[in-house]
Design a protein around this ligand. Structure first.
Ligand code: ADP
Ligand code: MG
Length: 449
């Protein structure tokens, strides 16, 4: 029945995903008493994927096809891999050159991998499944599967994360491997410096001797002939040595302006996969994972709300969570839908009101309270003026990204502590004084228009 199940799955999955989840997965033993079916999987990611997505299908298939009950239990082969993926410590030394002559110098830099950018921390879902499968497959067998792997897609969708995950995985399995991660601009600058400083040999040694070369945002090679020439030779050397090359870009190779024919053709030898924006379910899953990592307790409704507010960019989605968290800390409140709404309403206003001038805020506030901008900027300390002035300061802080001193300046040269005091006072009063709350609400609406 195992073979039946596998061939069934083969039809459902594309090659990339099939290889990632099934190629090195095999049944080990079956216990007729307990129905326990031991299955060997290659790494924790595959294990997780099976437990979450495939186990139930396996159970059904076994029952339906062979009329046997199974209780799948997954075992990671060699088992060391569990630790290797979950403890990023082994992976912090990114370029391990201890087995080779040192070729680094001040002009040849490579960047550290971000410890958080592992497969374990990568939530798979609609939009990135294919790319994740390809990255997994490449990490499993670098240099032989899809070479080069070309991941493309919009900003903040996880290209860098996925690319670095391959690096982490390789270092986990082979700590002495030479993994070089580089942003394409750095490659460009290093190259230019190496010419200036006559250190081209070191430059070449650095890039042409690695086991895994990760080049991020390669669209920056556009229109740069010299660099393309150099990269072409790097590519050739690595490729011929069966070393793995992974690239990311915001677009397809054919869409990169003035990218040389031979590079375009080489980039398409391997596999090109796109990452597209995540659906709501995936966004919720990502938020839940981040919240867990931060030890935040957030109920499902709130997660749902935040995820529905940011629908394209995962970096912005993370930003929204940070914003909600910060709001909760400042207000000493628990995170719930209302709080999230407040926090993110401001975020949206800030985005919408980019370019909103403090003078505009003063004008609208003065109008609302039937006073004048002159009075708001003045020193009079009567309540009819002080409250509008403080509200105007509060809104300036909330709705523009001006600094406190700058706001003080715009209010007739007041000290930044005065602005801070006004901001804190209004923040407090919004909660206790319904007049002020209404005024701030109305004003925000007016300014939003
Ligand atoms: P890109 O390189 O495509 O611009 P990044 O890889 O820098 O995007 O991702 C932006 C942020 O979103 C990073 O902090 C990354 O960890 C996070 N991220 C992106 N995709 C996922 C995902 N599928 N699961 C978890 N975090 C993700
Ligand atoms: Mg990136």
């Amino acid at each position: 029945f195992w073979h039946h199940f596998i061939s069934e799955m083969h039809e459902h999955f594309n090659e990339v995903a099939y290889n990632a989840w099934f190629k090195n997965t095999r049944p080990l033993s079956y216990n007729k008493e307990t129905h326990e079916l031991k299955i060997a999987v290659q790494n924790p990611v595959t294990k997780g994927y099976w437990e979450k997505n495939l186990a139930s299908q396996l159970i059904q298939s076994a029952y339906g096809y062979a009329n046997i009950e199974v209780m799948p239990v997954f075992q990671i082969e060699g088992d060391k891999s569990t630790e290797r993926l979950v403890t990023p410590k082994v992976q912090t030394q990114v370029v391990s050159e201890n087995t080779r002559p040192q070729t680094d110098n001040a002009f040849v830099r490579s960047l550290k991998l971000n410890e958080k950018y592992t497969f374990d921390n990568f939530v798979q879902g609609e939009g990135n499944k294919l790319a994740a499968g390809a990255a997994l497959a490449v990490a499993d067998s670098p240099g032989s599967f899809y070479n080069p792997l070309f991941i493309f897609g919009g900003v903040g969708l996880g290209k860098t994360h996925l690319m670095q995950a391959i690096g982490h995985q390789m270092l986990a399995e082979r700590p002495n491997a030479k993994v070089v991660y580089i942003q394409s601009e750095t490659f460009v600058n290093d190259f230019i410096n190496s010419i200036k400083n006559k250190t081209q040999d070191q430059f070449r040694a650095k890039y042409r001797t690695c086991d895994l070369l990760l080049v991020d945002d390669i669209q920056f090679f556009a229109k740069k002939e010299g660099i393309q020439e150099e990269f072409f030779h790097t590519f050739e050397t690595l490729y011929n040595d069966q070393k793995q090359i992974v690239m990311t870009s915001d677009r397809l190779p054919t869409e990169i302006p003035d990218l040389s024919e031979r590079l375009v053709s080489r980039f398409t030898w391997g596999l090109q996969v796109e990452i597209t924006p995540p659906d709501l379910e995936t966004r919720i899953a990502i938020l839940r994972k981040k919240a867990e990592a931060e030890n935040l307790t957030i109920d499902d409704n709130t997660l749902d709300y935040i995820a529905s507010q940011v629908d394209t960019n995962i970096r912005e989605l993370e930003g929204a969570l940070v914003k909600v968290q910060a709001h909760a800390t400042i207000e000493h409140e628990d995170i719930n839908v209302n709080l999230a709404r407040e926090a993110l309403a401001d975020l949206k206003l800030v985005q919408k009101n980019q370019g909103l001038q403090i003078s505009k805020i003063q004008e609208v506030v003065a109008n609302y309270f039937q006073t004048s901008t002159h009075e708001l900027k003045g020193k009079k300390r009567v309540r009819q003026i002080v409250v509008p002035r403080q509200i105007a300061m509060y809104l300036s802080r909330e709705l523009t990204d001006s600094s406190l001193p700058k706001i003080g300046q715009e209010f007739g040269g007041k000290d930044h502590t005065t602005v801070m005091h006004a901001y804190e006072k209004i923040s407090r009063e919004i909660k206790t004084n319904s007049d002020i709350k209404t005024a701030v609400f109305d004003l925000k609406q007016m300014l939003d228009r």
